[in-house]
Design a protein around this ligand. Structure first.
Ligand code: ASP
Length: 467
């Protein structure tokens, strides 16, 4: 009896320890921190989870990054005078946000920091306009201000709300190479550096920037547009976080594009691979490449709506959750190329010659379907189509069809439901399907249809399978 109780106690202690150890990384995108109201929504979310030792990673406020790029453009082309109104607007958005919800010391400190940042920013910008040239290194320096401004405000607002908050400059731990504009984190040293500098603690909110980093020599870099998700995933993976929360302005990942399809729903749970297929086909979701560090460490990623935090959102997980169709995405403006040659019959090396031509012109191929004597290919980038046609014509006959769409149906083991394919084609009975691809991945059935038929076809498929 005593031994049993002892065992139970040890077990309970382990569980309790585990619970105390929980830590999360929450990333807020630009719309989630666009103004004072949204920043407070974001902080409500963080405050409610303070026991999970959160690290808050933020993007720049609203459209700040676009605005900075516009300012750089104007400065570079010597139109410094034209840059004054957008600069003043950017400055007032940040200062007014601070004035709206800060007071006393917090306001004073925050205002001083914001003014220093804006003074540094304008000096940089003036430098550019004199040189009439902006290197990607200077561009990164300027872009970094967006995230540094937003997190300065967020940190002071958290303090104003009596939260225990600490500001961390991501450039002290997000070490990258010198590929300015799209710098790669130095994976072999970054984990240790993060663990050294980012020390999560239950009850404390750590506030830091997404998107920005620095070289080992201390020069500011950025990870590329939309890089904040990547920052969050890197931090989460270094700290073995229990969860990454990506806070956006939509209720998670949708079963189709709500702008063109009626009745779309949030996908409750999706695997990394399924999410990857959707992202590839243009669905506006978290891109798997950006959460790769989380994938490697099997950290679940939750996509939630800052404007509607009660909504469960979507959970992206390592393990597969349920089979069957989960979502339908589309890629428009697709060109279909049909290549046929009797030389393909029982020949080898023919396909590689064809693909070498696409490789030569750096033209990515989306879908491929082959028979003994023909191959159909879809491409999106038609910049070098003329040259590609010319070269292929030397070895095969070729025909090209423009204005096509790929409809991509995503779900695990679609083929396991033997009626799935027949249902799809019954629904598409009045849609001329030009190409089909199933099997190259076990989670994707793609069909190529005329563009003008795509929206209605997707609607019918969605109504039948997902409503
Ligand atoms: N602010 C940067 C951008 O707009 C990074 C991010 O939001 O992820 O691309």
């Amino acid at each position: 009896m005593y031994i049993f109780q002892l065992k139970l106690k040890i077990y309970t202690d382990i569980r309790n320890d585990k619970k105390e150890d929980i830590m999360i990384v929450m990333k807020f995108g630009g719309t989630s921190v666009q103004d004072n109201i949204w920043i407070d929504k974001a902080l409500n979310i963080a405050e409610a989870q303070l026991d999970k030792a959160p690290v808050l990673v933020s993007s720049a406020m609203g459209k700040t990054t676009d605005c900075i790029l516009e300012l750089i453009n104007l400065a570079e082309s010597g139109k410094m005078a034209d840059s004054v109104p957008p600069f003043e607007e950017l400055k007032s958005i940040h200062l007014l946000t601070a004035y709206s919800f800060l007071s006393g010391e917090n306001l004073k400190n925050c205002e001083t920091k914001l003014n220093t940042l804006f003074n540094d920013f304008i000096s940089f910008l003036k430098g550019l306009s004199l040189l009439r040239e902006c290197s990607s290194r200077s561009q990164d320096a300027l872009l970094s201000f967006g995230e540094r401004l937003s997190t300065t405000i967020i940190n002071h607002r958290a303090l104003e709300r009596n939260m225990v908050a600490r500001f961390l400059d991501a450039r002290e731990f997000m070490l990258t190479d010198e590929n300015f504009g799209a710098a790669s984190p130095l994976m072999d040293i970054i984990d240790d550096r993060i663990r050294e500098r980012v020390i999560p603690e239950a009850g404390v909110l750590l506030v830091t920037q997404g998107f920005i980093g620095s070289t080992q020599g201390g020069v500011t870099t950025t990870l590329g547009r939309g890089g904040s998700d990547y920052s969050a995933a890197i931090i989460a993976s270094a700290l073995s976080a229990d969860e990454i929360q990506i806070w956006t302005d939509v209720n998670g990942i949708m079963s189709s594009d709500p702008r063109t399809v009626k009745g779309v729903k949030t996908i409750q749970s999706i695997s990394y691979r399924e999410a990857g297929e959707l992202a590839y086909f243009g669905a506006k979701v978290v891109h798997p490449a950006t959460i790769q560090p989380a994938v490697g460490n099997k950290i679940p990623v939750l996509v939630k709506n800052t404007g509607n935090p009660e909504h469960p959102g979507t959970r992206i997980e390592h393990i597969l959750t349920g089979t069957g169709l989960k979502a339908i995405a589309a890629k428009k403006e697709i060109t279909l190329i049909n290549i046929s040659s009797s030389k393909m019959l029982n020949a080898y090396g023919f396909l590689s010659r064809i693909f070498a031509i696409f490789e030569k012109y750096k033209t990515p191929v989306d879908l491929i379907s082959t028979s003994e004597v023909s191959v159909s290919i879809t491409i999106e980038n038609t910049q070098d189509l003329e040259s590609i046609i010319k070269e292929i014509s030397l070895i095969a006959s070729i025909s090209v069809e423009h204005d096509k769409s790929i409809i991509c149906m995503v779900g695990q083991d679609l083929w396991k439901d033997s009626r799935f394919i027949s249902r799809v084609f019954a629904i598409l009975e009045e849609t001329p399907v030009r190409m089909i691809s199933l099997g190259s991945s076990d989670i994707n059935l793609s069909v190529v249809v005329p563009q003008e038929k795509a929206d209605s076809a997707i609607q019918k498929l969605h109504d039948s399978f997902l409503s």
